[in-house]
Write a protein that binds this ligand. Structure first.
Ligand code: CAA
Length: 406
């Protein structure tokens, strides 16, 4: 698939993400045949494979193990990785489309897809050396194993430079000590990208990213978190006690770890924005269908303006969120700066997800409050999109710094 086909703006690279909408020479909103095929394959998988068990998995906090295996087999866990390293070679637009479809049905599955693709595979492909790519990226891209991205700590969430986990240089290896919190895929991953402080005197320039394997002596997976939403996803704290990590497992030059984390999160935020978009559009589609069936005061509730206007607002906001996601994806595919665009997509789409799911429950009335109708789960799932991979407040820091820089 050719990167950048469809949603192709005739774009002048020297303009910022803010300015270009005012200076476009032309727009093309058409998707390529390949992009449509990827979207439709993701939609079929979500409807036929993920939907049947999604309520039970949420109730039981059960990881979608078999479903994720199949998602990997279909190529969705490493969809943007080059075929040379076992991936699908697709563009970021296709990724957004697929993430939306999977997230409409099961956000617990789509977060696995997002973390594996954006935070783990992309980071390894961009910044790993050839040996690291052969050893770790290939099985991750093929979906044979899954990965985790370990930045957050008990006292370092938004303030990500304050890493307390240490990686002391011992010559041929690093000695890793510390605790990571809220790690997606924490129990099920095999490969962990762990940020840790090697030289505190250098601040964020003393942070490294190490590839840690499950089973390395001293690496302990803590209990699974009992969460409000995305309850099927596997979130754990991780403990490292004198874990010896070989020097060859460091990604990039000494001190590159914080830049690695920031650059990787820039793309990760496109994934989570698309997840939020999918949660919103899933809830909207359910509310629309229900409003046409449910009758009150002698007619379908969709014919009451009180409901019709809610649907109009949902549809408008979702379309705006989709365009922001696709624009950030397009910028990434064009190798242009997408940090602000991905932050805008994430903050907007996650807030749309929250508003839309709350309204979708309202449209369903009492039925919306019970599990069978799916919208209460989508409402619970929406909340995390305002928190992980940078809270809405962090996105506004990124956006406002860009705005003020001009
Ligand atoms: N690309 C490259 N470098 C970047 C960068 C980027 N996008 N953003 C910042 N940097 C560099 C800066 O240039 C700076 O380097 P110099 O000092 O050499 O200039 C350095 O990084 C520090 O940057 P700041 O001064 O901007 O740092 P800050 O302390 O003000 O924090 C922040 C900035 C945006 C708030 C950042 O800390 C941040 O993004 N925090 C949120 C962290 C986050 O998203 N965590 C999510 C955890 S992962 C997760 O949730 C995954 C999951 O499981 C689902």
């Amino acid at each position: 698939m050719v990167a950048g086909e469809g949603i192709g703006y005739f774009y002048r690279p020297h303009f910022s993400a803010m300015q270009d909408t005012a200076t476009l020479a032309g727009l093309n909103f058409e998707l390529s045949e390949e992009q449509i095929a990827v979207r439709d394959a993701a939609r079929d998988f979500a409807q036929n494979v993920l939907k049947p068990g999604v309520i039970d998995r949420d109730r039981e906090q059960r990881f979608p193990k078999e479903e994720i295996r199949q998602l990997g087999e279909l190529g969705f866990l490493g969809m943007m990785v080059s075929p040379e390293y076992g991936g699908g070679g697709m563009d970021t637009i296709s990724y957004v489309l697929a993430m939306e479809e999977i997230s409409k049905i099961d956000a617990s599955a789509s977060v696995v897809m997002s973390v594996n693709n954006s935070l783990v595979c992309w980071g390894l492909e961009q910044f790993g050396n050839e040996e690291q790519k052969r050893k770790y990226l290939v099985p991750l891209a093929k979906g044979e194993v899954i990965g985790a991205f370990c930045l957050s700590e008990p006292e370092a969430g938004s303030d990500a430079t304050s890493q307390r986990t240490t990686a002391i240089d011992k010559g041929d290896h690093y000695l890793l000590n510390g605790t990571k919190n809220w790690i997606t895929n924490g129990g099920t991953a095999s490969t962990y990208l762990v940020m840790a402080q090697t030289d505190a005197a250098k601040g964020h320039k003393g942070i490294n990213c190490l590839i840690v394997e499950k089973g390395m002596p001293g690496f302990v997976v803590g209990p699974k978190e009992d969460k409000l939403g995305i309850r099927g996803s596997d979130t754990h704290s991780l403990m490292f006690q004198d874990v010896k990590v070989p020097k060859e497992n460091r990604i990039g030059a000494d001190g590159f770890g914080f830049t690695f984390a920031m650059k990787t999160l820039g793309g990760g935020r496109i994934g989570i924005a698309s997840q939020a978009l999918g949660i919103a559009s899933g809830a909207y589609e359910l509310a629309l269908a229900y409003s046409k069936e449910r009758k009150a005061f002698g007619k379908a509730i969709s014919e009451h303006q009180a409901i019709a206007f809610k649907l109009a607002d949902m549809a408008t906001e979702i379309e705006a969120a989709r365009l922001l996601c696709l624009k950030a994806a397009w910028l990434k595919d064009q190798h242009l700066n997408y940090d602000q665009a991905s932050a805008m997509a994430k903050v907007f789409a996650s807030e749309v997800a929250m508003r839309t799911t709350v309204e979708a429950v309202q449209v369903h009335g009492g039925y919306g409050y019970v599990k069978e109708y799916h919208v209460e789960r989508l409402m619970r799932d929406a909340k995390i999109t305002q928190i992980y991979e940078g809270t809405s407040e962090v996105q506004r820091i990124v956006i406002s710094r860009g705005v003020l820089k001009g």
